[in-house]
Design a protein around this ligand. Structure first.
Ligand SMILES: [Zn+2]
Length: 216
């Protein structure tokens, strides 16, 4: 894994020059201690390119806005490949924009919310109406509640124990066997320690369930 990090870093900072060295200064113009070697995203290197068409799968006909590796179709279980289809200037069908882009419709799911209200939110989330498609939750959802298929989990801090991590991360990806799990590491020492050595969390000891309820 460190080799991967080094390669992607040298790609971003070297070949692409997307990251450039910078000196971070405080309001009085003095260099901020401990920030030697800091880099920032080079805004001049960011470019937006207008689309001129879509990549369509020859098997399932799904349109993609980008071409994946080896021209492979990115649809789950489809083994087709994509070919570029130039945009027709007389076609005002917003075919890429109209494809399954969903607004985020979040609700809070925490102990602050009365039980019957929480159950109503869970039903809306699991239902097909899509009235609620994102839950912002505390460990009220970590155990016990069947919330159905999830595509992604965002943790806003590093969980206390490996068992908490896997209970939260394992909520997603049951349907397609794939999920996006992102953990935000705060500046707290607990989060920094696991950010520096994530395998301690990922491969850590899972204790039998005893007293983990009620923690973060
Ligand atoms: Zn396909």
């Amino acid at each position: 894994m460190p080799v991967f990090y080094e390669q992607i870093w040298s790609l971003l900072a070297g070949d692409l020059r997307l990251l450039t060295a910078d000196t971070l200064r405080n309001q009085r113009g003095q260099r901020i201690p401990g920030t030697e070697g800091a880099v920032q995203i080079n805004a001049d290197r960011l470019m937006l390119n207008a689309h001129t068409g879509v990549y369509r799968c020859t098997t399932c006909r799904r349109a993609h806005s980008r071409c994946g590796p080896n021209d492979a179709c990115m649809v789950n279980r489809c083994t087709g490949s994509v070919v570029f289809e130039r945009e027709d200037h007389d076609d005002y069908d917003l075919m890429v924009l109209d494809q399954r882009f969903e607004m985020v419709r979040p609700r809070e799911h925490s102990a602050q919310i009365p039980g019957d209200e929480r159950e109503r939110i869970e039903r809306d989330f699991k239902g097909t109406g899509n009235r609620v498609n994102t839950l912002v939750c505390t460990p009220t959802l970590e155990l016990g509640v069947d919330i159905g298929d999830l595509d992604a989990i965002l943790m806003r801090n590093v969980p206390p124990l490996p068992s908490n991590y896997w209970q939260r991360a394992g909520r997603a990806g049951r349907r397609q066997r794939m999920a996006v799990n992102v953990t935000y590491a705060r500046t707290a020492s607990h989060d920094r320690a696991y950010f520096a050595d994530p395998m301690r969390m990922l491969a850590g000891l899972i204790e039998p369930r005893t007293s983990i309820c009620g923690t973060k």
